[in-house]
Design a binder for this molecule. Sequence first.
Ligand code: ADP
Length: 310
Amino acid sequence: MNARPKAAVIGSNMIDLVTLIDRMPKLGETVEAPHFDIGFGGKGANQAVALARLGADVLMVSKVGDDIFGLEVKRNFEENGIDSRYVDVVVGASNGVAPIFVDKEANNSILIIKGANNALSPEDVDRAAEDIKKCNLIILQLEVPLKTVYHAIEFGVKHKIPVILNPAPGAELDFEYVRQADFLVPNETELEIISRMPVGTMDEIVAAARSLVEKGARNVIVTLGAKGSLLVNENEEVHVEPFAVKSTDSTGAGDAFIGSFAYYLLQSGNIVEAMRMANRYAAISTMKPGTQKSFIGMKEFSEVLEGMKS
Ligand code: ADP
């Protein structure tokens, strides 16, 4: 469709503060932990980075904190070739951070402090309007205020720009807005929250996705972890088989899926084909630790696929 896909990501950024622990301290206790790592995260930023590494032009609309993390996040966008003219500092606010504690059995305990992300407003979308209008796709998640997400959906409709809504983290949504998005892309947990239906079996997942289509959602794409992904719309129901890999860390797999799905959708216009490529890109991201650290560029992606053929 387009030689170089151009997408706007309107959403969050975070700094992941990952501490490996032997055990959680009790109230009032101090314990030493063996390892600490820092990483760039936040669903919006992750999806933008996956898109950019694959070769898309990405416009980011986001808010960073008035602190060293904010400076680093902006620098990270720039290093990844992302247009960050609309990534603004919120005076007096901290950057969004996610202190993550991982024990020896790989169990996670995560705190989210949204910080500056809470300040992303409908006016910020309007301020970037002329540049968003030059994009072929708008990508949204739920780590920024809902009123901004709804405003961005309406902006997309008004200017005939397709919208992907990743309803993550799961929240109850107003279908007056959701039905206007072209793609709704939840994982199984988010599907359960939005549909208020069980998702324990594949039949239940299909029924839950179908219920959203009946409420007006156009294309529901459910990411199914190691089971691949599922498309349900008025005309079809397609289970796209997973790409078999030796998975070691699935953090950020959903963001890898959305970023790469967006890229291939813009390239081919074919939904199922884009899901097939996204299954591959996201699966490969689970073979390496970290979130953005595990998102590879187009050259490496092509080489890995080529190597796996044989
Ligand atoms: P989230 O990270 O939001 O929970 P999922 O776990 O559904 O999202 O993963 C997103 C996508 O990543 C899946 O649809 C699939 O394409 C891919 N994926 C995740 N885990 C695996 C795995 N173990 N093997 C192969 N593909 C995987």
